[in-house]
Design a protein around this ligand. Structure first.
Ligand code: HXC
Length: 503
């Protein structure tokens, strides 16, 4: 055998060993927990055969606590480049079979390398996280590694989409990097996010809590809102990431890819002519409205289980990607509160950063009153949504279906916040408040008188705050035509270092 052939054989052997991460036993332990390995996850995520791995020979440099004798090629992360639906993405997947995926300095260098390449070339970064946090044996080196990762997350924010999946325990430093990214997916039952685990919680506060109730997928997708998606298993999580990316551009200089649609832009939606109940207090299904309006009824909801009084998500209209924001009358009457405002504001800002037009469907009775809301800073949180809409320069189209009262009228992409095209259905009530409330305050007027004068779309239309009052069944066609007309919209903000959003 030639020397060259021998060298090729030894290369292949070393690569084969690297493929096993922390070894067969630990791979089996990973599978026994219902989890895939880092490489299996990447294979599912990327187009077949598209993965090009970087740094599979990288090893940690730690010599503390016997680490000098514990080396695995590649260390605890698999990283590289590949494609999803033919578009380039950068990816890293922490390998729990190597020291619990805990972050060494060299691992952070591997991750920073793909993040730098992604930022330079304008491609999304997807991080699959499964990590015990800072590698304890490395001390400050590991903390430095986290810090360098965070800085890249921050610099990439608003330039390239950053998507995080939580596919195992994520503690300490391992949660802050995902928190700095645009979207977090979690797996139900096998993933956790917390700053400090149950034992530290117990010793510091005396509180008894298990991992799932402290930071499971249900907690973060319903209560805290930290995660936008909770998925029943790893496969559905990964297909969720692929689907999400289909609505997004690769960077902030591009538009999202348009897909030819077989759903005619001029399709009428006759069901919408009968959807508004006779009584103002009765609800209807806003999802039915969204499904009717968008191409093939295909709506990809974000944050489905958090702050359900507002709906946000992606869809296509006339083949173009749009961000939909809609009040939900059958959940807390669609009132705006702290969490709904935070949820929608973050979504609006994401769409604005990545050139995705906003379609806002309004049926909102106002902001939720009360001490709980006031003490929780509903003023500052509501202002976030107001700010996000007022700042957004992407095409903005608003359709008012029914109620649009008071401050919530202004906030929900009104004309006054530079919305481009505002339509209303004949059932719209655009007013300072509903008739009951108004009569309670003024006393000398009747409900009929108030309804007659204010509870309609025409006062707003007379002032030009509504471009047109339209027949509900024509809404899809009208919105798509408006979107086409706004394709080349250019709008600037005053020069500034950055804004001072009311955080
Ligand atoms: C080094 C670690 C590690 C860590 C796990 N391992 N976490 N090694 N540093 N942080 C190793 C284990 O020693 C073990 O090695 C292997 O990974 C698998 O771990 P197990 O404990 O056997 O697995 P499991 O029972 O599934 O528990 C997983 C876990 C637990 C819940 C993640 O390991 C754990 O609590 N780890 C510590 C979490 C933590 O407190 N991290 C520090 C956060 S502070 P062997 O050789 O047996 O396979 C932090 C600071 C950064 O991150 C702050 C920046 C802002």
């Amino acid at each position: 055998m030639s020397i060259q052939s021998e060298k090729i054989i030894s290369l292949n052997k070393r690569k084969e060993a690297a493929l096993l991460g922390g070894g067969q036993k630990r791979i089996e332990a990973q599978h026994a927990k219902g989890k895939l390995t880092a490489r299996e996850r990447i294979a599912l995520l990327l187009d077949p055969g598209s993965f090009e791995e970087f740094d599979c020979f990288v090893q940690h440099r730690c010599t503390n606590f016997g680490m000098e004798d514990r080396h695995f090629d590649g260390d605890g992360v698999v990283s590289g480049r590949g494609t999803i639906d033919g578009r380039i993405v950068y990816v890293f997947a922490q390998d729990f079979t190597v020291n619990g995926g805990s972050l060494s300095k060299t691992m952070s260098e591997k991750i920073c390398k793909v993040m730098d390449l992604a930022l330079k070339t304008g491609a999304p970064v997807i991080g699959l996280n499964d990590s015990g946090g800072a590698r304890i044996q490395e001390g400050i080196d590991s903390l430095a590694g986290y810090g360098e990762l965070f800085e890249r997350n921050i610099l990439s924010s608003g330039v390239i989409p950053q998507i995080s999946a939580i596919m195992g325990p994520c503690a300490g430093g391992a949660v802050y990097s995902p928190a700095l990214t645009d979207f977090i997916f979690m797996v139900e039952g096998t993933s956790n996010m917390f700053l400090t685990g149950p034992s530290v919680v117990k010793s510091e506060t005396g509180e008894d809590v298990d991992q799932e109730s402290l930071g499971g997928a249900a907690v973060h997708s319903r209560k805290s809102g930290v995660a936008q998606f909770a998925c029943p298993d790893e496969e559905s999580l990964i297909s969720g990431i692929r689907k999400l990316l289909s609505f997004l551009p690769s960077n902030n200089m591009e538009k999202a890819p348009s897909l030819p649609s077989d759903d005619s832009p001029s399709r009428l939606c006759p069901n919408l002519d009968n959807i508004i109940p006779d009584s103002d207090n009765k609800a209807y299904n806003m999802y039915e409205v969204i499904d009717s309006l968008v191409d093939n009824g295909d709506f990809f909801e974000v944050h489905r289980d958090f702050a359900c009084n507002i709906i946000v998500g992606f869809a296509r209209m006339g083949g173009e990607s749009v961000g939909i924001v809609a009040n939900r009358p059958d959940y807390m009457s669609g009132v705006l509160d702290i969490n709904a405002s935070r949820k929608a504001a973050r979504f609006v800002r994401f769409c604005d950063a990545f050139n995705i037009p906003l379609v806002t469907l309004v049926d909102v009775p106002g902001f939720l009153p009360g001490t709980q809301q006031e003490y929780g800073a509903v003023i500052s949180n509501g202002a976030k949504l107001l700010y996000a809409y007022g700042e957004a320069t992407v095409p903005k189209i608003t359709l008012t279906l029914r109620k649009a009262y008071g401050g919530a009228y202004i906030v929900m992409s009104s004309k006054h916040l530079r919305s481009d095209i505002n339509y209303a259905w004949p059932s719209a009530n655009i007013a300072v408040m509903g008739a009951k409330g108004a009569v309670g305050v003024l006393k000398n007027i009747s409900e009929e008188e108030y309804n007659e004068l204010f509870c309609n779309p025409y006062r707003a239309a007379e002032r030009g705050y509504i471009e047109d009052v339209i027949q509900p069944s024509e809404s899809r066609f009208r919105i798509i035509r408006a979107l086409y007309s706004l394709k080349n919209k250019v709008q600037d903000l005053p020069a500034k270092k950055h804004d001072n959003l009311p955080l």
